[in-house]
Design a protein around this ligand. Structure first.
Ligand code: NAD
Length: 362
């Protein structure tokens, strides 16, 4: 099936199905008949999908850059090495970068595309559930900084997103569940229909590849594409909703040095904190609190490496991109399927939430 991000001249298709990666070359040759192609991936995916990569290499004459695997390599150093490989291969402005991987590869390769020769085209071929339903869509590219996540980056929309669900078959259960957290996120922001869909199908969604999962992915992608189409650069407030749970999650990831906790796992805890905050701020109608709890509890609770310090986490939140005028903007749930942005929440309230939710996490 084909979906679309509507952004006028920067609009692009999202193709979603099983087994479509094999046909990518012919589509790309039609889209970019005279271009050189570069492919960025990581060691894990290169090892798993060597045959497919070799086939694309033959068909497209690819230059391949393989980066190390892991969030800790989502850095300026890795970004710079992509330039070394592609520029030495005489990459030109008409060149196209293919990002084959999860959110880390997609973000770094996208940032390389945004900045190389003042901007070249790129194509997202996401291989994790998280990247399929979220990070490959919307044009947020970037790398982490010691001060926090994604603090260096650019908005740069891909020309195509090719989502082949067959890649999910090699994903570990832990990574799959981390991606489910991002899919479940849409239940909090994507409207009543999505809330009901995830609530009804939550047990099946977390089990792996199925028609129900495909439908959940389609709905998630449509929600994300719709929000990006309305607020491409997060200036209108709409796109901020996509950060539901992320202010807490990014602080947790930083606290654990981007090593011991997966992004989706941190997001699960972030969503739990956002729900707790919503209860305190009374944005969630009392009659709906149980429905939110049931939704989150449908996913196994990710283990935290240790109980984090609420003060350190709170300090880390001030490095979030959603801070404005020194105030943190929190996205908190309201009635099912909708969330609202709250700023000026007292620090003590936030720390209480952190202690209450994370204090019993081990
Ligand atoms: N740009 C955005 O809008 C956006 C949105 C959400 C998250 N993100 C970013 O995405 C990143 C997280 O993405 P992620 O969860 O995909 O992590 P990831 O890219 O680190 O991938 C997770 C792990 O799965 C492996 N992997 C990938 N595909 C596989 C496959 N098919 N089979 C087996 N193993 C596979 C990877 O090598 C890695 O070890 C974070 O850096 C986060 O900040 C960006």
């Amino acid at each position: 099936m084909e979906l679309k991000v509507n952004l006028g001249p920067r609009s692009y298709p999202i193709v979603l199905d099983s087994g479509i990666a094999g046909g990518l070359s012919s589509r790309l040759k039609k889209m970019f008949p005279k271009s050189k192609f570069g492919l960025v991936t990581n060691t894990t995916i290169r090892n798993l999908y060597q045959k497919q990569i070799e086939k694309w290499k033959k068909e497209l004459g690819l230059t391949i850059h393989v980066m190390p695997d892991g969030e800790r390599y989502k850095t300026i150093a890795t970004w710079s090495r992509i330039f070394d490989t592609l520029l030495k291969a005489k990459f030109e402005r008409s060149g196209v970068i293919i990002a084959l991987g999860g959110g880390v590869v997609g973000d770094v390769a996208g940032f390389a595309a945004a900045t190389m020769l003042r901007g070249v085209a790129y194509v997202q071929v996401p291989t994790t559930l998280l990247a399929m339903v979220d990070s490959s869509i919307g044009g947020k590219t970037g790398v982490d900084h010691a001060c926090g996540k994604n603090l260096i980056g650019a908005f740069h929309q891909p020309s195509l997103v090719c989502i082949d669900t067959a890649f999910l078959d090699t994903l570990t259960e832990r990574e799959f569940l981390a991606g489910c957290a991002e899919l479940f996120k849409y239940a909090f922001i994507g409207g009543r229909d999505m809330f009901d869909f995830v609530s009804v199908n939550k047990g099946v969604l977390i089990k792996g590849r199925s028609q129900v999962l495909l439908e959940g992915m389609r709905r998630s992608i449509e929600i994300k594409a719709g929000i990006v189409g309305l607020d491409e650069r997060e200036t209108g407030g709409k796109r901020m909703l996509l950060n539901f749970g992320h202010t807490f999650a990014h602080a947790l990831e930083k606290y654990f040095s981007f090593k011991k906790l997966l992004h989706g796992e941190a997001l699960w805890w972030g969503m739990a904190c956002a729900c707790a905050l919503g209860k305190i701020l009374k944005t969630i109608p009392a009659s709906d609190t149980a429905a939110y709890d049931t939704l989150l509890r449908a996913m196994p609770r990710p283990k935290l490496p240790s109980i984090p310090s609420d003060c350190d986490l709170y300090s880390a939140m001030f490095f979030d991109k959603k801070v404005s005028g020194g105030k943190i903007n929190f996205v908190v749930p309201a009635k099912p399927g909708t969330s609202v942005v709250k700023s000026g929440v007292p620090g003590e309230t936030v720390k209480n939430v952190l202690t209450k939710v994370l204090g019993k996490s081990e």
